[in-house]
Design a binder for this molecule. Structure first.
Ligand SMILES: *[C@@H]1O[C@H](CO)[C@@H](O)[C@H](O)[C@H]1NC(C)=O
Ligand SMILES: *[C@@H]1O[C@H](CO)[C@@H](O)[C@H](O)[C@H]1NC(C)=O
Ligand SMILES: *[C@@H]1O[C@H](CO)[C@@H](O)[C@H](O)[C@H]1NC(C)=O
Ligand SMILES: *[C@@H]1O[C@H](CO)[C@@H](O)[C@H](O)[C@H]1NC(C)=O
Ligand SMILES: *[C@@H]1O[C@H](CO)[C@@H](O)[C@H](O)[C@H]1NC(C)=O
Length: 204
C-alpha cells in the first residue's frame, strides 16, 4: 500500500512538473528578458520580471506570447527608460538590437519614448536569421537620426515602421536606401522629423 502511494505521488509530481513546463516560456527567451531588465535602473518598472524559474515569463507585464508555442511574440517596452546603462554623456541612450535576437518569433516591438539616440553597430553579427518575424517596430519619440536606417535593412518582414518624432531630418535623402530592402513595408510614419522637403522630392 505504502509503495503504491509513493508511486502515485511520484506520478502526481511528474505530471505537475510537466504541466508547468508546458505552460512556461522558453528558457532562452526568459534569459533574454532578464538580460533586457538588467539594463533598467528603476525598480518601479518590469516588477513582474523576476529571476525565478517557477515564474512564467509569458505572464510578465509588457510581454505577450503565442498561446500555442509559448514564444514571445510582442514586447511593449515604451517609456521604460531601458538600457540606461548606455547613457551617453549628452544624456541619450544607444540601442543594441542584438538584445532582441533571442526572440526569434517576435512580431511586434514597441520601444517608443525611450530617449534612444545612438545605434550599436554590430556589423560582425549575422542578422540574416534574426528578427525574421518582426512586422511592427515602433521607435517613435526617440532621438534617432537618419544614420539608423541602414541598420534596419535586415528586418525584411517589417510592415509597419513608426519613426515619428525623431531627428531623421534631411539626412533621409542619403540614408533612404537603407529602407530599400523593406519590401513588405506598408506603413511608414516619419512625422515630426524636421523633414522640409516633400517625400516625393526625396524620391520616396
Ligand atoms: C501561434 O503559433 C501557431 C504555430 O506557429 C500559429 O499557427 C498560430 O497562428 C499562432 N497564434 C497567434 C495568435 O499568433
Ligand atoms: C549587443 O548585444 C549583444 C547580445 O547581448 C552582445 O553580444 C554585444 O556585445 C552587444 N554589443 C554592444 C556594443 O554592447
Ligand atoms: C547621428 O547619430 C549618430 C549616433 O548617435 C551620431 O554618431 C551622429 O553624429 C549623428 N549625426 C548627426 C548628423 O547628427
Ligand atoms: C539589401 O538588398 C541588397 C540588394 O537588393 C543586398 O545586396 C543586401 O545584402 C541586402 N541587405 C540586407 C541586410 O539584407
Ligand atoms: C528645415 O526648415 C527649418 C525651418 O525653416 C530650418 O530651420 C532648418 O534648418 C531646415 N532644415 C534643413 C536640414 O534644411
Amino acid at each position: 500500500m505504502e509503495r503504491v502511494l509513493i508511486k502515485l505521488s511520484f506520478w502526481v509530481v511528474l505530471v505537475l512538473v510537466q504541466t508547468s513546463r508546458f505552460n512556461s516560456c522558453l528558457e532562452n527567451e526568459r534569459i533574454g528578458l532578464l538580460d533586457l531588465k538588467s539594463f533598467t535602473q528603476s525598480e518601479k518598472i518590469l516588477v513582474s520580471w523576476v529571476d525565478d524559474k517557477m515564474s512564467n515569463c509569458c505572464d510578465w507585464e509588457r510581454v505577450q506570447c503565442n498561446a500555442t508555442t509559448r514564444r514571445v511574440i510582442k514586447l511593449f517596452l515604451h517609456d521604460t527608460m531601458l538600457f540606461s546603462q548606455y547613457y551617453s554623456p549628452n544624456g541619450l541612450l544607444t540601442l543594441n538590437l542584438s538584445l532582441f535576437h533571442p526572440f526569434e518569433e517576435l512580431e511586434s516591438l514597441d520601444l517608443s519614448y525611450n530617449y534612444f539616440a545612438g545605434w550599436h553597430d554590430n556589423k560582425a553579427y549575422d542578422g540574416s536569421r534574426c528578427l525574421k518575424q518582426l512586422k511592427i517596430l515602433d521607435l517613435s519619440y526617440n532621438h534617432f537620426n537618419a544614420t539608423l536606417l541602414p541598420y534596419l535593412s535586415y528586418l525584411t518582414s517589417l510592415t509597419t515602421l513608426n519613426l515619428k518624432w525623431n531627428n531623421i531630418g534631411e539626412g533621409l535623402k542619403s540614408a533612404k536606401q537603407g529602407l530599400a530592402n523593406l519590401t513588405n513595408l506598408k506603413v511608414l510614419n516619419l512625422g515630426e522629423n524636421q523633414i522640409n522637403n516633400s517625400l516625393s522630392s526625396l524620391g520616396m
